[in-house]
Design a protein around this ligand. Structure first.
Ligand SMILES: Nc1ncnc2c1ncn2[C@@H]1O[C@H](COP(=O)(O)OP(=O)(O)OP(=O)(O)O)[C@@H](O)[C@H]1O
Length: 311
């Protein structure tokens, strides 16, 4: 059974604002799925439909096998949510927040255990949340999401406001949850984090999914597996790197030449060609296409002059 199954989901506001437009999406149980997209792509709307905070114009969504609309209570019992715009009670302490969340869910967690997991010490636990920093609030909200050891964690911008230690903690909590058989739906703008923890990613643009795959799969589909940048004393006039097998694009910036390679072996061919040319090779750097490169290519294919995005 899939953890999340969305079919033909559309949410329209007014006559012509399609927040989500005919979206199909499957998140398998046990995977860490990264949900990416620029501002306004429809990520929050999708999450809101999964939790029945928003009713779709068309289409269906099931969460852990339960219909997101007609069985929303069953969904809420089994899902831990760190919402983007959560609010805490200024006058309640950290521990009181967790006690409240535990009671609400009918769970039997130890609040101190949860506080430890999210990195809030005993002093912080006794302080009122009104005095918390952004990062502390975020940690507490995450602790509340973990109450009841939910089968599915939905994390919306989980690293917002966190310092590097907090970001590492989120990564560990996410990995531990998946290692214990849970599923994580991880919506974020911080691509490096998504890259570090997610098994697969879906890229949403203007309410539509423009790609779903592993990060390696996205690289392969775009044919932008890697780049090699060489620094030379002067660009060679006697060799055309574009004609090298496996090189899809070449950009020259002063004494730096960057070749985009569709196969790993092409990087060495570029270096060989430079060494055999009239230019002197001073330095080189090979780099895999990052998720950021892929995101840009999928969401703004025109800006990259990239080849057409496969669908
Ligand atoms: N209640 C609403 N009324 C009208 N339009 C809305 C409403 N909620 C969302 N939208 C529109 O739907 C689109 C998708 O918004 P949504 O908040 O789902 O995007 P998002 O991907 O979560 O963006 P962000 O990363 O900025 O949070 C946007 O164009 C937004 O303006």
């Amino acid at each position: 059974m899939a953890a999340i199954e969305v079919e033909g989901l559309t949410k329209r506001y007014g006559h012509d604002v399609y927040a989500v437009d005919d979206l199909d999406l499957t998140v398998e149980a046990g995977e860490v799925f990264g949900f990416l997209g620029p501002n306004g792509a429809g990520k929050s709307t999708t999450i809101d439909v999964l939790l029945d905070y928003v009713r779709p114009t068309a289409g269906t969504a099931t969460v852990l096998g339960y219909d997101a609309q007609s069985e929303a209570d069953a969904v809420h019992d089994r899902v831990g949510v760190l919402p983007d715009g959560y609010s805490l009670y200024d006058r309640l302490t950290g521990r009181e927040h967790l006690q409240y969340a535990i009671e609400l869910k009918g769970a039997d967690d130890d609040p101190d255990d949860l506080l430890r997991r999210v990195g809030l010490d005993s002093t912080a636990a006794e302080r009122r949340a009104g005095g918390y920093s952004k990062g502390m609030s975020q940690r507490l909200a995450l602790g509340m999401a973990l109450v009841g050891d939910p089968e599915l964690l939905i994390l919306d911008e989980p690293s917002s406001g966190l310092d590097p230690d907090g970001i590492r903690d989120i990564r560990e909590i996410t990995r531990d949850h998946a290692a214990a058989g849970g599923t994580v739906f991880f919506s974020s703008h911080v691509l490096s984090q998504v890259e570090a923890v997610c098994d697969r990613v879906g890229i949403l643009s203007r309410g539509r999914l423009v790609a779903t795959d592993t990060i390696d799969g996205l690289r392969d589909a775009l044919g932008t597996g890697a780049t090699v940048t060489v620094t030379v004393d002067a660009p060679p006039a006697d060799v055309d790197l574009r004609s090298i097998d496996g090189v899809s694009a070449v950009a020259v910036d002063g004494n730096e030449i960057t070749a985009t390679c569709t196969v790993p072996a092409a990087k060495l061919r570029v270096l060989d060609a430079i060494r055999e040319s009239e230019s002197e090779l001073l330095d080189f750097e090979a780099r895999q296409a990052s998720l950021e490169d892929l995101f840009r290519a999928y969401v703004h294919p025109e800006a990259d002059g990239a080849t057409e995005v496969p669908r």
